[in-house]
Every structure is written in C-alpha cells, then in structure tokens.
Design a protein around this ligand. Structure first.
Ligand SMILES: Nc1ncnc2c1ncn2[C@@H]1O[C@H](COP(=O)(O)OP(=O)(O)OP(=O)(O)O)[C@@H](O)[C@H]1O
Length: 246
C-alpha cells in the first residue's frame, strides 16, 4: 500500500539500453517519473538526453529494458505513448519550411485531431502565448533561431496530452520568452500534466521538481532544486561534467 502523501508513479524506466549505429548510448537507465511532476534532464553534450526523451515518447525503441506509462509497457505498445505524449523535438526538420508559422501549427493541430473552430481557437491561443501573432504569416524558413524555438514549443502545445516533453525549450530564446516558457511548463503541471525537459541552463532547473543528471548514457545523480542547496549541487554536477583534460 502506498504511504499517505506518497507520490504516484506515472512513468517507470527500468534498465533501459539503447545503441545506435553500434554505439551504446543509454546504459541501464532506471528511474520513475511521478504524476504532476516537472522533471529536468541535464548532462554534458552527447550524454544521451535527447535519446532518452525520444525513448519516453516511443520515437526510439530501446534494445533492452522497460518503459511503462500508466503501467503499459510502451516498448511493446508504442501507440500508447503516441497517445499520451506530446514532444517538441527541437529539430528544424520537423517543420515545413515553406509553410507559414500558422500553417505549420494548424497542420500539427489537425494531425492531433483538432478541427474547425477548436483548431482555430487553439492555434490563436498558442500563437498569442508564444508571441507569434506578428509573424504568423512568415514562412518557417524565414524565422530567426529563437522564433523557430518558439514555434517548436508552440507545436507541442497543439496536442492534448498528459505528458509534455521539451528538448531544450529555452535555448536561444530571449529572456521574456524564457519566462513565458517557464510559466507554460508550470501551468501544465498545475493542470495535472507531467513535464519533462532537457536543458543546459541553471535558470531552467529552478522550475523543476527534480533533476536527473546523465553522463555517458548513465544516470549519475538526482536532486530536487527546490529542496537542496542548488549551488552546492551544481558544483557537484560541474565535477561530473569535467572535461577529461581538466
Ligand atoms: N542517429 C544517430 N546516429 C548515430 N549516433 C547518434 C544518433 N543520435 C544520437 N547519436 C549519438 O548518441 C549520443 C547521445 O546523443 P544525444 O543527442 O542523445 O545527447 P544529448 O545529451 O541530447 O546531447 P546535447 O546536449 O549535445 O544535445 C551522442 O554520442 C550522439 O552522437
């Protein structure tokens, strides 16, 4: 029986392993993600954060190990993750270069069963929230890096999901947009969703309930920025991330 006040597990990863092109990228990764949690993944470049996010979204199938969402093993039933998860991939190639911001967002909304007035309303809402109204007619390929990132976050919001995954959602965006994205992630949590994001920025970690540190495909540390001395933890993280030549 679960303790009173105990957190409810929503996602379970057990001994997750993934190799790509003969390279062992994720190594026995095990941890749980709880209902209503904002979880951040950090770690040096190439540590496997994006790979892990894609595994949770079932974009990549692990070679070994289990990934359960609401007790369903998505390694066996990836369609369950597709239904539950909305992911901003952080990839420019996920967009139609010649379509406008608005057309791209509407297209993704339609793919996710938004139609008619609902599609229009959601697109307006998301564009307003991310400051995209003034460039709604601009073609995706004409946007600056920061605006492309805004569209990437906006795209994830065009799907009604219970788990939202953002890959470096704040990289390259201006300060105001960063705060807005933090606000959006907190709001998702308040409305009962799970938020998982990867980041290299300390400011982003402050909104997380828990931070998991990956190094060379392994989970090496876990901490709660709200409870622990962030500066001390980060000194530890920097040691973990030290360059071999340091
Ligand atoms: N399609 C692929 N083919 C070959 N190797 C890949 C592929 N995708 C990822 N990798 C390798 O997997 C490792 C982990 O990559 P991943 O993008 O998951 O790291 P990351 O922690 O997100 O890095 P960063 O902080 O630089 O974004 C890297 O060594 C990368 O080169």
């Amino acid at each position: 029986m679960e303790r009173k006040g105990a957190r409810t597990k929503a996602i379970t990863l057990r001994e997750v392993n993934k190799s790509i092109g003969g390279k062992h990228i994720l190594k026995n990764v095990s941890f749980d993600i709880f209902m209503n949690e904002i979880l951040a993944l950090i770690g040096p470049n190439g540590a496997g954060k994006t790979t892990l996010l894609k595994v949770i979204a079932s974009f990549l199938i692990p070679d070994r190990g289990k990934v359960l969402i609401d007790s369903v093993n998505i390694v066996e039933k990836p369609s369950f993750a597709v239904e539950k998860v909305s992911i901003s991939t952080g990839y420019e190639r996920s967009f139609y270069y010649r379509l406008s911001v608005e057309e791209n967002l509407k297209f993704f909304g339609m793919l996710n069963d938004l139609l008619g007035k609902t599609l229009k309303r959601e697109t307006e809402k998301v564009m307003k929230e991310l400051g995209l109204l003034e460039c709604r007619k601009k073609r995706y390929m004409e946007l600056s890096t920061g605006y492309k990132k805004r569209v990437d976050v906006a795209r994830a919001l065009m799907k009604k999901a219970s788990i939202y995954i953002f890959d470096e959602p704040c990289s390259g965006v201006d300060l105001r947009t960063r705060l807005k994205i933090h606000e959006i992630m907190k709001r998702l949590k308040e409305s009962g969703k799970i938020v998982i994001f990867a980041s290299h920025d300390l400011e982003d970690l402050k909104i997380a309930d828990r931070v998991i540190v990956l190094k060379k495909g392994e989970k090496v540390l876990e901490f709660s920025p709200k409870k622990e001395d962030l500066a001390a933890v980060l000194r530890g993280v920097l040691e973990i991330q030290a360059f071999p030549e340091d």
